[in-house]
Write a protein that binds this ligand. Structure first.
Ligand SMILES: O=P(O)(O)OP(=O)(O)OP(=O)(O)OC[C@H]1O[C@@H](n2cnc3c(O)ncnc32)[C@H](O)[C@@H]1O
Ligand SMILES: [Mg+2]
Length: 196
């Protein structure tokens, strides 16, 4: 059959996928990672509610479900955060609020007297089809909180996240995309996509 509708149904649904995010830095990374395996990511800037929870999985899952049901198409969302050991995981799920209201200088101030600088970034990618349950894929990368902001590449907490001596702000997106929390989460999603 040669009409457009049939065509759409027969093609694998995920050669092209809508990624719901208002964060341009995040989307730039996602677009590149997915492009490298032949999936085109299209940004939808919708702002869906983020529930409050202790970890990122339920937040990403709820946002993806809300977006998929509203847009009536399969979607991906990414909920991420930075977890600082000396602060018992803070800001974690509150990372966006902390970035907006405190910013990196005040996070560094909170860390002033801390000798343990261990931290990790975590991303949870949630995939959801309309009226179905969301699936989640997570990835983390470990590093340390730097003593000052360094580098102007990347976004958000990148200038204060030290990975083996250089910050993500210094290392830039190309390198970051080989080892990041986001890459590791997307790799799991990509593995899953191959099975459907
Ligand atoms: O529209 P969405 O996708 O929700 O975009 P957001 O900016 O609100 O993103 P999150 O809800 O995931 O909040 C995570 C916070 O952590 C920051 N962040 C997320 N990933 C990061 C990364 O890879 N490097 C640095 N900062 C990051 C981000 O800028 C936010 O302030
Ligand atoms: Mg958000």
């Amino acid at each position: 059959m040669d009409n457009g509708r049939e065509e759409k149904i027969q093609k694998p649904a995920y050669e092209k996928i809508v990624f719901v995010t208002g964060n341009a830095g995040k989307f730039a990374e996602i677009k590149e990672i997915l492009a490298s395996v032949g999936i085109e990511a299209v940004q939808e800037k919708g702002d869906y509610p983020e529930i409050q929870a202790d970890d990122l999985e339920p937040i990403a899952a709820a946002s993806a479900k809300a977006a998929a049901d509203d847009l009536k198409i399969p979607v991906l969302v990414d909920d991420s955060g930075i977890f600082i050991k000396a602060l018992n995981g803070f800001p974690g799920p509150y990372s966006r609020f902390v970035e907006d209201h405190l910013g990196n200088p005040r996070v560094l101030k909170l860390m002033e007297n801390e000798t343990n600088r261990d931290a990790y970034f975590k991303t949870v990618i949630a995939f959801c089809e309309p009226r179905k349950e969301p699936l989640t894929f997570s990835g983390i990368v470990e590093g340390k909180i730097a003593f000052e902001e360094r580098g102007d590449e990347g976004f958000g907490f990148d200038p204060i996240f030290d990975y083996n001596g250089k910050t993500f702000g210094e290392l830039g997106i190309e390198f970051k995309n080989t080892i990041s929390h986001r890459k590791r989460a997307l790799d799991k999603f990509i593995e899953w996509v191959k099975t459907v």
